[in-house]
Design a protein around this ligand. Structure first.
Ligand SMILES: *[C@@H]1O[C@H](CO)[C@@H](O)[C@H](O)[C@H]1NC(C)=O
Ligand SMILES: *[C@@H]1O[C@H](CO)[C@@H](O)[C@H](O)[C@H]1NC(C)=O
Ligand SMILES: *[C@@H]1O[C@H](CO)[C@@H](O)[C@H](O)[C@H]1NC(C)=O
Ligand SMILES: *[C@@H]1O[C@H](CO)[C@@H](O)[C@H](O)[C@H]1NC(C)=O
Ligand SMILES: *[C@@H]1O[C@H](CO)[C@@H](O)[C@H](O)[C@H]1NC(C)=O
Ligand SMILES: *[C@@H]1O[C@H](CO)[C@@H](O)[C@H](O)[C@H]1NC(C)=O
Ligand SMILES: *[C@@H]1O[C@H](CO)[C@@H](O)[C@H](O)[C@H]1NC(C)=O
Length: 485
């Protein structure tokens, strides 16, 4: 079966579907049940999760030799396929090979599929990266600059976009950018690997992301976002290589990710000081499950520090961290305004940590002198339960803000064993309020035992979020791409 024609007549489309159906039936002759289900899906139209139109990158002049730039091939492939957005959508298949490229933009009702033996390699030629204005909720580029390089894979104002592959690799070749950043040689904020803005129905799954120039995955001003099954790897001393940063997003599911990085594995954000307050778009209704994190100088999950649109209803379960600075950390400062509230963490297994609990009310870091130092963040309803931690230097370092206490802090069923190099003071608390129950070693006086002798669990929501019912768009048929070696 050939996908070499991106423009399929209905007849050709049928042929593809029939051929695909035949191969599926051949594969599944031993399983009548699956066969019947496949037939039924096809009678309804397209197989579930598949787009009606498809093309290979090679149909648009792509060369997978690792040296030839493919920036134009991506642009023309996606421009052509975007014509099918309202006719069943389209998929661009990146065949096996090494595909050097600069930044390219996605389109709606679209899947970017990387074959398991495809490697996308980010160009180090700065002219291959368009320059975008700062994000409206940030006012400034995050690297203290006025503009920013577009992300390697960028999309804005889209509906229904999928980025996936057979665990294929996207290599950001970050060393080039890290060095220039450290030497202050960049006039613009470094690019991210994947950024999707102002979009609805975004799915990013089954990929390996290597050596991003800066943040890895940045959904912003978007809703109904799923990020699943990513392996994200960067040197633990690389600057700002955050794993997944949902930013001013609603309804987000982040599951089954393995992250080794030089910054927070996940950072939930919502804009920066006066710009974020003005934009006023919170991150809310987020489920994070089955995360594994290694990040010796940063958090497993950070809330903030940019949180000026507010952060609420964040749930995290089955969190594992090894050799990481802290568990779920709150970072904020006077000037941020807004709130961090209704945070629920259940089930953390931590090993070799500087802190188990860490809250910072004086994080600093402002976009410019125009921030309002009287804009105080409200931090309340922060719940942690069922935590086991080993080889810990300090149990809790919890600093709220003077005259702006962090309230409603709850910790229950927490068992911490300390490192040889443990701190003398295990709990250092100021300007906070709350309770503990079944916490060992015993917490500070500001977090008294709720009912000594009895375990009173901290709350965790029992309802589902709408995003929990959304299925991943997995297409089970796909023509075999040509190989490039
Ligand atoms: C995407 O597909 C949906 C459903 O088929 C359709 O309603 C929508 O208009 C399409 N989007 C675009 C941009 O064509
Ligand atoms: C992608 O879209 C943005 C904004 O719409 C634009 O500024 C940028 O130049 C586009 N990138 C490419 C590679 O065409
Ligand atoms: C994208 O959506 C935002 C928010 O709705 C809007 O302000 C902006 O003009 C849109 N951009 C484009 C290129 O349509
Ligand atoms: C992810 O990729 C692996 C390796 O190709 C494959 O076995 C698995 O089924 C894929 N998962 C999804 C959800 O597509
Ligand atoms: C994906 O690839 C990475 C290495 O690139 C590997 O460590 C990981 O186990 C793979 N994941 C799956 C689900 O195959
Ligand atoms: C306490 O937490 C551990 C995990 O750290 C869990 O296995 C155990 O079931 C919890 N106990 C209660 C009573 O919830
Ligand atoms: C405790 O926290 C306060 C406020 O953040 C800080 O000034 C002080 O140095 C800390 N003390 C210790 C022993 O860590």
């Amino acid at each position: 079966m050939s996908f070499s024609q991106p423009f399929q007549t209905p007849h050709q489309a049928n042929k593809v579907v029939v051929l695909a159906l035949l191969s599926v039936i051949l594969l599944l002759t031993n399983n009548l049940l699956v066969e019947c289900r496949t037939v039924r899906v096809l009678e309804d139209g397209l197989p579930k999760g598949c787009r009606k139109h498809g093309a290979f990158l090679t149909d648009f002049g792509g060369v997978g030799d690792g040296k030839t730039p493919n920036t134009k091939a991506f642009a023309s492939a996606i421009a052509s396929l975007s014509k099918y957005a309202s006719d069943g959508g389209a998929e661009l298949i990146v065949p096996p090979g090494k595909w050097l490229t600069g930044s390219f933009n996605l389109t709606s009702n679209f899947t970017l599929y990387l074959d398991k033996d495809a490697v996308l390699i980010a160009s180090q030629d700065e002219s291959e990266w368009p320059v975008l204005p700062p994000l409206p909720s940030y006012g400034k580029g995050r690297d203290d600059t006025d503009g920013r390089f577009s992300s390697l894979i960028f999309g804005t104002n889209l509906t229904d976009v999928v980025i996936t592959g057979g665990n294929a690799t996207i290599d950001g070749q970050g060393a080039y950018w890290w060095e220039k950043f450290k030497k202050k040689e960049l006039k613009l904020t470094r690019p991210y690997l994947i950024e999707i803005m102002f979009s609805d129905q975004v799915q990013i799954f089954n990929l390996t992301l290597l050596n991003s120039p800066s943040w890895n995955v940045h959904p912003i001003y978007s809703s109904n976002v799923i990020v699943q099954g990513l392996t994200i790897l960067a040197p633990v001393d690389s600057p700002n290589t955050d794993g997944i940063n949902p930013d001013s997003c609603t309804n987000v599911r982040i599951e089954d990710n393995y992250i080794v990085s030089g910054d927070d594995c996940i950072a939930v954000k919502s804009g920066w000081d006066e710009y974020g307050i003005k934009f006023g778009m919170p991150t809310q209704h987020v489920n994070i499950r089955r995360l594994t994190c290694i990040s010796p100088d940063s958090a497993t999950i950070a809330l903030g520090s940019e949180m000026s649109g507010g952060i609420q209803d964040i749930r995290a379960e089955q969190i594992t961290a090894i050799n990481t600075e802290s568990g779920v950390r709150i970072k904020t400062a006077p000037g941020r305004g807004a709130f961090v509230k209704d945070i629920f963490v259940k089930g953390m297994t931590l090993k070799t940590m500087k802190y188990v609990f860490w809250m910072t009310g004086d994080y600093g870091s402002h976009p410019d002198p125009g921030y309002d130092p009287k804009a105080m963040p409200i931090v309340s309803g922060i719940n942690y339960r069922d935590v086991t931690a080993e080889d810990v230097q300090m149990s809790g370092n919890l600093a709220g803000i003077e005259k702006d206490k962090f309230t409603g802090i709850c910790m229950s069923n927490v068992s911490i064993s300390l490192a040889e190099k443990k701190k003398k003071v295990q709990w250092n608390c100021s300007n906070i309020e709350g309770f503990t129950s079944g916490v060992n070693p015993k917490a500070c006086d500001l977090l008294p035992d709720k009912q000594p002798g009895k375990l009173v669990p901290c709350p965790f929501p029992t309802d589902k979020l709408p995003i929990d019912d959304v299925e991943l768009k997995i297409c089970s048929i796909r023509p075999k791409p040509p190989r490039y070696y």
